[in-house]
Design a binder for this molecule. Structure first.
Ligand code: SF4
Length: 273
């Protein structure tokens, strides 16, 4: 989304040829490297995101440059799209996207600026699938959250079997969500035996969320400006074109299982290098 908005809205507002913008995303996720090359994620034949670095790679680069990160003075983000809300922060934890969406849905359905915005039923890493019925005004919203692909499969089987009537489902591929993504800094096995890294990282995000003055996505001044000046309104034709995507079914990678293990191992060694 950021790449698409930079190469359309930002380029137009600043009279820059999108061909002269190079977008690098820093992500917790190794899969984003493949995702950035998807044909569906292009604007006028230009890739939304040109390159992806994982947080682990960025960490290594900071160390290689001999920067003492902890001693750097704190400062704000550049004001290109530097404003962010608590809702954006918690996206990194399982249940976070759901909670951020519920904060907006509740305001939209009630027409109020609600103060009670914490949906703790969808938080936590202990349960692989979390279900909740949330009362908003006179409506009950049924939601489900799954993290880890094994849990995602269980939840989707339930939907396929017609045993679920959720209004909204959140699925994150990694156990615990992006805080535990494949591109995140490694934590050694001994530490992991004593500390649930997923829970600790999620806790840090919820603490940051609590400290933010703006904790709802639709209250973010930048988001409001982008809709007012460029996208029109949520679900407009332009926002569908730029911010939504679609998928097509692909065949299973046609290799024997012993060959598959070798390829996976080689890819892991290459990414470490
Ligand atoms: S949950 Fe995992 S796979 Fe999904 S976006 Fe986050 S890091 Fe990537």
């Amino acid at each position: 989304m950021m790449g698409a908005v930079l190469k359309s809205y930002y380029a137009e507002m600043n009279d820059i040829d999108p061909k002269n913008i190079f977008v690098v995303s820093i992500m917790p996720c190794t899969s984003k490297k493949t995702e950035s090359a998807r044909e569906e994620l292009k604007v006028n034949d230009l890739r939304d995101v040109d390159a992806v670095l994982t947080t682990r790679e960025l960490g290594k680069m900071i160390k290689q440059a001999r920067l003492d990160f902890m001693k750097l003075p704190d400062e704000g983000f550049d004001q290109v799209f530097g404003e962010y809300t608590g809702a954006g922060v918690i996206f990194g934890a399982t249940g976070g996207v759901m909670e951020a969406a519920l904060r907006t849905v509740a305001d939209v359905l009630t027409g109020e600026d609600l103060e009670d915005i914490e949906y703790k039923d969808v938080r936590g890493v202990e349960e692989g699938i979390k279900e909740a019925a949330i009362t908003i005004g006179d409506k009950t919203i049924k939601v489900a959250v799954a993290h880890g692909t094994a849990n995602a499969a269980k939840l989707l089987d339930k939907v396929k079997a017609g045993e679920a009537d959720y209004h909204f489902i959140e699925i994150m591929g990694c156990s615990g969500g992006c805080v535990n993504g494949g591109g995140q800094p490694h934590v050694d096995a001994k530490t992991r035996m004593n500390i649930d890294v997923r829970a600790e990282r999620a806790k840090a995000l919820y603490e940051e969320d609590e400290l933010k003055t703006i904790r709802k996505s639709h209250k973010n001044p930048t988001i409001k400006r982008i809709y007012a000046e460029f996208l029109g309104k949520p679900n407009s034709h332009k926002s569908h074109e730029l911010l939504h995507t679609h998928y097509h079914k692909r065949e299973i990678y046609p290799i024997e299982s012993n060959e598959r293990s070798r390829v996976v191992e080689e890819a892991a060694v290459a990414s470490e290098k």
